[in-house]
Ligand binder design. Structure first.
Ligand SMILES: Cc1cc2nc3c(=O)[nH]c(=O)nc-3n(C[C@H](O)[C@H](O)[C@H](O)COP(=O)(O)OP(=O)(O)OC[C@H]3O[C@@H](n4cnc5c(N)ncnc54)[C@H](O)[C@@H]3O)c2cc1C
Length: 408
């Protein structure tokens, strides 16, 4: 396991020391099992129990909520240190920790939660005792989220919640869901929405799987049939949930080191080229001019993305406004990732066909015999990756954000 920060950046001595500590920790605590699951997972997040194993390692080290305010368990790392950690962890093969608790609802509870909510929920998010999912999107309310129809009607010290959510990632693993629900009809769509924390074991909650194109069970539909939710589970003020949703979406779209996923995908593509036969006998694809050209072009775009990532870090470090940079990075990163994965499938050629049978969670398939190892999970990643330009804000919506920012 070797760390390799993208490009050649010069680090201050204290950051070099921090990087050594990060690498030592990864070396000691990132098991081969977890790295394998991460390598072969075709979905965005690795399933439990592998993600839980990694969560526990970070929790024991005190690094699981590194981005939270220090008062609630954050590490107080500088933007550069966050970048070092996030890049090195991904490059060493660590999976992304399921983010719905740690990165999404956790920061909202820190910022807007009541004293009781902070005391009760934050330790359970840190320890991984609660597994959360995000109940925002509905059929008919995705990009236009504020047109959501799920209702929460006050009845004494409870809300009665009725409606449905869709594309709910990992709802089948979760015991808690945070939901946007309409508590009143106002003239402006964004008003009258409230942010509720709901126990998935409450009577009236049901989960239906949605199978992805790649054959994975990652997303779901969640139904609420007159579910009773204690009023103490309302976050912030009733009818003001849109502010919390916007705060959460900033976390969802920012952070991380998105260029690293493209870098890893590019290395998988390079590996395919090094292992697949070229047009003439004895030659490999990596020796073919058109493939070298394609690899070079993709490499240049990955490097450009790495520079953009670093520009974000520099802006954060200097306390400057990020503006639409997060949207630019999200759009370029998700579109580039799709192109690299498509190039991988095309390079695999006929080897991609038997790999179709092994789409889905490749780490769960013991016999991958008909598929050469360099082709494992490639098709699944390509098919699932098509969603990357939709979730977390579709590309068209991001472009609108960027254009509005540029003409301000
Ligand atoms: C794999 C996956 C996981 C997800 N996980 C979750 C989750 O855990 N929790 C959750 O709440 N949601 C989740 N989502 C939902 C996701 O947030 C929505 O799919 C996304 O916001 C887009 O909404 P939509 O699917 O309704 O598409 P729509 O909003 O109907 O968009 C369809 C198309 O129209 C375009 N479009 C829409 N409006 C405009 C406009 N104004 N201008 C130009 N073009 C426009 C879009 O860009 C897109 O191409 C997930 C989605 C996917 C695919």
């Amino acid at each position: 396991m070797k760390g390799q920060l993208p490009l050649d950046i010069e680090l201050a001595p204290e950051d070099q020391e921090f990087r050594r500590e990060v690498l030592a920790f990864l070396h000691q605590h990132l098991s081969e099992d977890v790295r394998r699951a991460s390598r072969l997972s075709t979905g965005v997040f690795v399933d439990p129990p592998w993600s839980r194993e990694w969560h526990q390692a970070l929790y024991q080290k005190g690094w699981i909520t590194y981005a939270w305010p220090q008062a609630y368990g954050g590490c107080g790392w500088s933007p550069t240190q966050r970048y070092i950690y996030e890049s090195e962890a991904s490059l060493c093969g660590a999976p992304a920790v399921a983010p719905m608790g740690i990165n999404l609802v956790g920061p909202v509870i820190c910022e807007y939660g009541s004293a009781w909510q902070r005391q009760f929920y934050l330790p359970r998010i840190r320890s991984g005792e609660d597994y959360w999912c995000q109940g925002f999107s509905e059929p008919g309310a995705g990009s236009d989220l504020s047109s959501l129809k799920t209702r929460a009607v006050r009845d004494g010290d409870h809300y009665i919640v009725t409606g449905e959510k869709i594309w709910t990632t990992h709802a089948h693993f979760a015991n808690m869901i945070f939901v946007l629900a309409r508590t009143s009809q106002e003239e402006k769509q964004q008003q009258g929405i409230s942010f509720l924390l709901i126990d998935m074991t409450s009577p009236g909650v049901s989960v239906q799987p949605i199978m992805t194109l790649a054959g994975d069970h990652e997303v779901n539909q969640v139904f609420f049939d007159a579910v009773r939710v204690p009023v103490e589970n309302l976050v912030g003020e009733e009818g003001r949930g849109w502010s919390q949703a916007k705060y959460l979406l900033e976390y969802e779209r920012g952070g991380g080191a998105p260029s690293v996923r493209s870098r890893l995908a590019l290395e998988r593509f390079r590996n395919i080229l090094r292992n697949e036969a070229g047009d003439s006998p004895g030659r490999l694809l990596i020796h073919e001019k058109d493939m070298q050209f394609r690899l070079g072009e993709l490499e240049a775009r990955v490097m450009a993305l790495e520079l953009l990532d670093m520009r974000q870090v520099a802006k954060r470090q200097a306390g400057e406004r990020l503006g639409s940079t997060a949207s630019i990075v999200k759009t370029l990163a998700s579109e580039l990732l799709q192109e690299i994965e498509k190039a991988g499938v095309e390079a695999l050629g006929s080897h991609a066909l038997p790999a179709m049978e092994f789409a889905g969670p490749a780490f769960a398939v013991s016999n991958q015999a008909p598929v050469p190892e360099h082709g494992w999970a490639i098709i699944g990643r390509h098919l699932n990756g098509l969603a990357g330009t939709i979730f977390g804000g579709a590309s068209e919506i991001q472009r609108e954000v960027i254009s509005k920012d540029l003409v301000r």
